[in-house]
Design a protein around this ligand. Structure first.
Ligand SMILES: [Zn+2]
Length: 92
C-alpha cells in the first residue's frame, strides 16, 4: 500500500489526527517509527513531530507530513476525482 492510501486510511480511522497540531518540530530522524507509513525515520531524513491539544504526539517523514497535511486540509487523497479547489463564485 502506498503512503497516500495508508494516510487516507489512517485519517479515516482517526489513527492520524485530522485537527491542527498545537506544536510542530522538525529535525533529523532518530530511527523512530513514522506514524504515517510505519517505516523508521533515518538520521538522514527529516522527521516532523507534532503535538496535539489532547496530548497526542505523532512523528512523520517530511513526505508523509506533506501527504497528511494535504489530505487533512482537503479531505482528499490523490488522485482525487471529487476534489474541487474551492473557488469564489461570481454572482451573475
Ligand atoms: Zn513515513
Amino acid at each position: 500500500m502506498d503512503v497516500t492510501a495508508l494516510i487516507a486510511e489512517r485519517l479515516a480511522s482517526a489513527v492520524l489526527p485530522s485537527g491542527p497540531p498545537t506544536i510542530q518540530w522538525a529535525g533529523y530522524g532518530r530511527s523512530s517509527k513514522c506514524d504515517g507509513c510505519d517505516l523508521p525515520i533515518h538520521a538522514k531524513q527529516i522527521e516532523d513531530e507534532f503535538d496535539f491539544a489532547d496530548g497526542r504526539r505523532i512523528r512523520l517523514h517530511r513526505d508523509c507530513t506533506n501527504e497528511w497535511t494535504k489530505q487533512r486540509l482537503t479531505g482528499c487523497a490523490a488522485p482525487c476525482k471529487n476534489f474541487k479547489r474551492p473557488v469564489g463564485r461570481r454572482s451573475s
